[in-house]
Every structure is written in C-alpha cells, then in structure tokens.
Ligand binder design. Sequence first.
Ligand code: UDP
Ligand code: MG
Length: 139
Amino acid sequence: MAVERTFAIAKPDSVKNGHLGEIITAIEQSGLKIVGLKMTQLTPAICKGFYHEHVTKGFYKELEDFMTEGPVAIMVLEGENAILRWRELMGATNPEKADAGTLRKRFGANIGRNATHGSDAPESAKFEVSYFFNAFEQM
Ligand code: UDP
Ligand code: MG
C-alpha cells in the first residue's frame, strides 16, 4: 500500500464545541501526519463546488447551511492507506451507527451535524486537497 494524502475537515460543530484539539490529537495518535492545516469559513459557492456530487440531493440545503455557519479547520493528512484510515477514525456518516471511539460517535450529533469530513477515494482526495490547498501550503 502506497503513502496517500487525504483531505479532512473539522466541521463547524466541532470547532464551535471546542473539539478541534481532540480531533487533532486523535489524528496524531493514529499515526497519520498532518501536512496541511488552516482555518477558513466556507461560502455557499465554495460549498457547492466542494460537495458537487451532493448539490441535487434533498439534504443539500441543510448541509450547506451547516457547513457555512461558522469556521472550519481543514487539513491534509498523509500516511500509508491514509484515505481509509481517516475514514475509519471518523466512523460512519451517521453518528448513531458509528463505532465506539470514532470521532463521529464522540462528537457528532446526527447524520447532518457529524463533526468531520474525509475523502472517500483517491480521486476525491486529489480533488478535495487541491480545492483548498496549493503546493506551498502542503509540507
Ligand atoms: N448528509 C446529510 N444527510 C444525509 C447524508 C449526508 O446531512 O442523509 C451530510 C453529512 O454531513 C455528510 C455529508 O452530507 O457527512 C456528505 O455525505 P456523504 O454521503 O458523502 O457522507 P460522508 O462521506 O461525509 O461520510
Ligand atoms: Mg462523502
């Protein structure tokens, strides 16, 4: 398995509720390396571009309202099999169905407000990293 990079967000609920430090700690303790990190706040246009695969879905408006409601921390993570490892650390999309100890179980409130984002495949990881980070912002 090759070294991969993946894209992560500590969503607005995580930042607002003061869970950013714990999320970063969980990432570091898992052995994944943070090679890019910054704070930003999504606009509706940026959110639509990022979640392009979801814009036609019924939950999109609620998702956009949530994702733009406050600051987020965005990260590039690196490691062997990083895409799957970060998804496993986050847990299932619905916190109710997420395994104990996962970030979404610990910090997510419901399927919408679920604490974190992670890329789901090499192609989406590549797109999502480059959507938010230029070459000078990744170590
Ligand atoms: N989402 C939602 N309702 C749903 C499915 C998804 O509000 O029924 C939100 C949720 O915040 C989720 C995001 O939309 O994290 C993207 O959905 P996706 O299916 O890609 O889940 P993920 O890849 O984030 O686990
Ligand atoms: Mg997804």
